[in-house]
Design a protein around this ligand. Structure first.
Ligand SMILES: [Cu+2]
Length: 113
């Protein structure tokens, strides 16, 4: 009996300690420069997100996240709140206008770098 309890407790500990299964997705995000890249990646520095990498040349954001904690659309919302349009969610005007001049991608802004 005692052994059974020990085994049960051990099995529970193992299942609690299991690392979450991350899902990796990519989607298009508007951005112009390395500041945009930092801003976009920073916006996804949240619990349940393991990594977020923005490819400036391809305007593609790749995110590894825990689908048990976050829905895909929430990732788009986080980016839009930071001022950047994604292929599913457009940033509000207020969020967009909060960007520095050189990052205003809708007006064809060009950054120096
Ligand atoms: Cu920028």
């Amino acid at each position: 009996m005692k052994n059974l309890i020990i085994i049960t407790v051990a099995a529970m500990a193992i299942s609690f300690g299991k690392p979450p299964k991350y899902k990796t997705i990519s989607f298009t995000v508007e951005g112009r420069c390395s500041m945009c890249k930092d801003r976009i990646q920073q916006a996804l520095d949240k619990p349940g997100i393991r990594k977020a990498i923005y490819n400036l040349d391809e305007k593609t954001l790749t995110v590894a996240y825990n689908p048990k904690k976050l829905e895909e659309i929430q990732l788009h919302n986080l980016v839009a709140i930071a001022g950047h349009d994604t292929e599913l969610v457009k940033a509000s005007n207020a969020a967009y206008m909060a960007l520095p001049d050189c990052c205003r991608y809708r007006e064809g802004a060009k950054c120096d770098d």
